[in-house]
Design a protein. Structure first.
Length: 461
């Protein structure tokens, strides 16, 4: 999704833990911040990754049909330019046009048995093999995924509804509409044989969201097999979704052609690359951008470069031997930060609409312009339409600035974006732009090839 709805950083009250998708993080005593980027069910140029990352890979089919193995090739690998006979020269699950990889061999299209809904492994495609795919209807898939995400929010992250003065039904409508406009482009990629869709993978993803523990969140990579791209390193692309799970499309802006490049591994520099699944690109205080693991589970070490971040809404608590711990439930006792703002025990979960008042987790009250905020003796906070006039004590929620007014910490009223230092109205279709944040959210527009418009797929060769 182009503009993921998330809580402002100042509301993510945690030390070392990451309670917000874009909250400040502490890793190995160096203050770090998340840099977005990666494949997901939303191919936005911002790379916004929701609860589940749907990275690319190759879906293998099952069934029977015309087959010819590669036993006469000990390495099972022949460069593309040297191939003469597609069935006998496949490498790592890659077949020539008109053939698909099945059960370790190349099988001619139209000669396969009934597909097994894209289940199975297969290796990463290295030169544009054709991925298997199930029938894909953008509207249906968008509705199914939006329903699963919004239901998860209702159960585990209700603040994402209340902060935006929304509810589950409105969430499904808004998110579903946004996803559908983007999945229309996915349909074009599938038709171009550069993306596979697995209904089984989607079903597994939905099941993971519906049963996930609210503190730990869905299992890492629970949704990694829904969409699978086939373009490997060095192959042309224009959207992230075309690339295999170990690569990313190195585009600078939507609509342009680029090539898939290797993703940075855990602990590696990510200033010029996206990170592999299971890691986040964090900018440390010393200026380095490193891929940091983000899958530490309850009771596991965290907070160091090698141990990384806690999964879900678990909190990284402790100093030299920090571990991931569950947040305090409503009604429970919460800690008082020391002079440096550090805590030694878990605190409340803002995503559950809980905040610490008088050393107890209580329900947050979200209010619009004119309501009270900032009083440590109350749980009053401003919703998405406003900000608190005071950062040091009791204040009043003030409506976000509109057109022509100075931006407030990069934020503007709905329908506007922060253009440098002042708010400007979001742009309509056909107007020149430098990024998708400038384009109309209400119309689900993106900045494509320098102008606002619907997301379209550019087939690059």
């Amino acid at each position: 999704m182009k503009k993921a709805r998330q809580l402002p950083v100042q509301l993510a009250l945690s030390v070392v833990a990451v309670l917000a998708m874009s909250a400040a993080c502490t890793v190995d005593t160096n203050t770090a911040r998340r840099k977005t980027g990666g494949n997901s069910m939303e191919p936005a140029d911002t790379g916004t990754n929701m609860n589940s990352s749907l990275d690319a890979g190759v879906i293998a089919d099952s069934g029977s049909g015309m087959q010819s193995n590669c036993s006469d090739n000990p390495s099972m690998c022949v460069p593309r330019e040297l191939r003469g006979n597609p069935p006998t020269c496949a490498c790592l699950g890659v077949c020539e046009q008109g053939w698909q990889w099945q059960n370790g061999v190349c099988v001619q299209n139209g000669m396969m048995g009934t597909p097994d809904a894209g289940t199975g492994g297969g290796g990463p495609s290295v030169d544009g093999g054709v991925p298997a795919t199930d029938p894909f209807d953008p509207a249906t898939v968008a509705s199914q995924y939006a329903s699963a995400i919004c239901s998860f929010r209702t159960r585990c992250e209700p603040a994402l509804h209340d902060f935006f003065s929304s509810n589950e039904m409105e969430c499904v409508t808004e998110l579903g509409t946004s996803l559908r406009s983007q999945y229309e482009a996915f349909a074009q990629i599938i038709a171009a044989n550069r993306l596979g869709f697995s209904q089984t993978g989607l079903n597994n993803c939905i099941q993971a969201l519906s049963t996930a523990d609210c503190a730990s969140g869905p299992a890492p990579q629970a949704c990694s097999s829904v969409f699978t791209g086939s373009q490997g390193a060095g192959q042309p692309c224009s959207l992230q979704s075309e690339c295999t799970s170990d690569t990313f499309c190195a585009v600078q802006s939507l609509g342009e052609c680029a090539t898939c490049q290797p993703r940075a591994q855990a602990g590696q520099d990510c200033s010029g690359a996206l990170c592999v699944a299971g890691t986040d690109c964090l900018q440390l205080q010393d200026g380095r951008n490193l891929c940091i693991p983000d899958t530490a589970g309850e009771g596991q070490p965290c907070g160091q470069i090698n141990t990384g971040l806690c999964r879900g809404r678990l909190q990284c608590i402790g100093d030299m031997a920090a571990t991931c711990q569950r947040p305090v439930a409503r009604g429970g006792m919460c800690p008082t930060p020391d002079a440096m703002g550090n805590i030694s025990t878990p605190t409340c979960n803002i995503y559950q609409n809980d905040t610490c008042v008088g050393n107890q987790c209580v329900a947050v009250t979200w209010g619009g312009a004119g309501t009270t905020c900032g009083d440590p003796a109350t749980a009053d906070n401003c919703n998405a339409t406003a900000y608190c006039s005071s950062q040091m004590g009791p204040g009043t929620c003030t409506g976000l600035p509109g057109m022509g007014a100075a931006c407030y910490q990069g934020r503007c009223a709905e329908g506007n974006y922060c253009a440098g230092a002042s708010c400007a109205p979001e742009k309509t279709a056909g107007v020149a732009c430098a990024g998708s944040a400038e384009c109309s959210s209400a119309d689900n527009l993106f900045c494509v090839s320098g102008s606002c418009g619907p997301l379209t797929y550019n087939f690059c060769q």
